[in-house]
Design a binder for this molecule. Structure first.
Ligand SMILES: *[C@@H]1O[C@H](CO)[C@@H](O)[C@H](O)[C@H]1NC(C)=O
Length: 391
């Protein structure tokens, strides 16, 4: 796929000898913040039929607590500023040999998997926890690995969701108490618009500037990396181009997103910062890297500088929770039209968030990748004092 865009360089390619002042850092507009929850809290949209199915299965089960899976799809909202996880399938799961829990019976690639516990007949107590210490530790490893690896990065890999549902029955009434808990990356980024930087008109660059670009044709978003030649023109590389992992890089390009605020841009920036495959990142004097955005709304590419907010160079994690009760009637045909809505928030304080803070202090945060970024930043600080700024 896309092999025609993997460059064959006729002349030996070389990065500018001086790594100073590679682009004009003068801000051309206001700073824009970015995080998966920056503009709007993530929404969960649960189809009623799925909930009723989980309830029926749990009721048939002799055990008081029944573990299963809810399956869904994560999507960026149409305005590009928030995300919604649509949960529309139930999977009872099957036991794995050795008694180490359950796996889904039928999950497809791209499915968002939510491990779920359903408690029948039990009132919900305040100090019930959705995550175990092991769940948290495994989630951290998973999030870290998604950013480290070379695999195409899907936003859904930067968020985990678990649920605990309690139900009680009373005549015709069903009461559900929901405990949702989600783990994600905490790092906030800042984008500043800058002047355009010349781009070498390769086949890939020309394709991205055209209305029928790869992202458009494949109906998805695409991202890749940026390097620079000696004349300080940007060379766009595909994520799958081996050269992206041998040449010094100055940032990323994206195509097929609505807006710079899209959580997909945030995800790609994090991948750039934390990928363990990248050999060398060259930051600006202020520790920024470049974003070239071929958005759906602008004809010309937009240019931004990106920097981790308040010098957060290490990977951090965050918990989002939601606690809600839902009331349904027992013998009513479920409506597909209006799914049950929940909102995950980082602002809540409950037993789950307290437990999370306690566990975080105990889990050794992986230093390998974070240190690599930290060292580069230090190098930048040391270098900036001898740089001559040509603006
Ligand atoms: C861009 O690349 C895609 C995938 O290779 C191709 O289908 C599309 O026609 C190209 N567009 C242009 C304008 O060359």
């Amino acid at each position: 796929e896309n092999t025609c865009f993997v460059l064959t360089l006729m002349v030996p390619f070389s990065f500018p000898l001086s790594k100073c002042a590679l682009w004009d850092p003068v801000p051309m507009g206001d700073v824009i913040g970015a995080h998966i929850t920056y503009y709007r809290n993530p929404k969960l949209s649960l189809v009623e039929k799925t909930l009723r199915l989980a309830y029926r299965h749990a009721k048939q089960n002799e055990k008081k607590s029944f573990s299963c899976f809810l399956l869904g799809t994560l999507a960026v909202n149409e305005d590009g500023e928030g995300i919604t996880l649509t949960i529309d399938r139930f999977d009872p799961g099957r036991d794995v040999a050795g008694g180490s829990g359950k796996i889904p019976t039928a999950s497809l690639p791209g499915d968002f998997l939510i491990p779920c516990t359903v408690n029948a007949w039990g009132p919900c107590s305040d100090n019930i926890l959705v995550h175990s210490a092991e769940d948290i530790s495994l989630a951290f490893k998973g999030l870290h690995q998604s950013l480290c690896s070379k695999e195409a990065l899907d936003l859904s890999k930067l968020l985990t969701v678990r649920a605990h549902i309690f139900f009680t029955e009373n005549l015709d009434n069903l009461h559900f108490s929901f405990r949702w808990a989600s783990l994600t990356v905490a790092n906030i980024l800042e984008y500043t618009p800058v002047k355009s930087v010349p781009i070498i008109p390769t086949a890939l660059a020309r394709n991205l500037s055209s209305p029928m670009n790869i992202a458009q044709v494949q109906g998805t978003y695409k991202c890749g990396y940026l390097t620079m030649d000696q004349t300080r023109k940007l060379l766009l590389l595909l994520e799958s181009d081996p050269k992206a992992y041998s040449l010094p890089l100055v940032g990323i390009w994206l195509s097929g997103v609505t807006h710079i605020c899209s959580p997909q841009v945030w995800a790609c920036c994090l991948r750039y910062l934390f990928s363990s495959s990248i050999q060398e990142r060259v930051f600006s004097e202020s520790g920024s890297f470049l974003i070239v955005l071929y958005s759906l709304t602008h004809k010309e590419p937009e240019f931004y500088e990106c920097v981790p907010c308040s010098g957060q160079t290490e990977l951090g994690f965050q918990i989002l929770t939601c606690q809600e009760t839902v009331h349904l009637f027992k013998n009513v045909e479920p409506s597909d039209k209006s799914p049950i809505q929940f909102e995950l928030s980082s602002e809540n304080q409950n037993a789950e968030t307290e437990f999370f803070s306690r566990i975080c202090k105990k889990i050794p945060i992986k230093r390998c990748v974070c240190e690599a970024v930290g060292r580069e930043s230090l190098y930048l600080l040391a270098r900036s004092s001898i740089c001559i700024f040509i603006v």
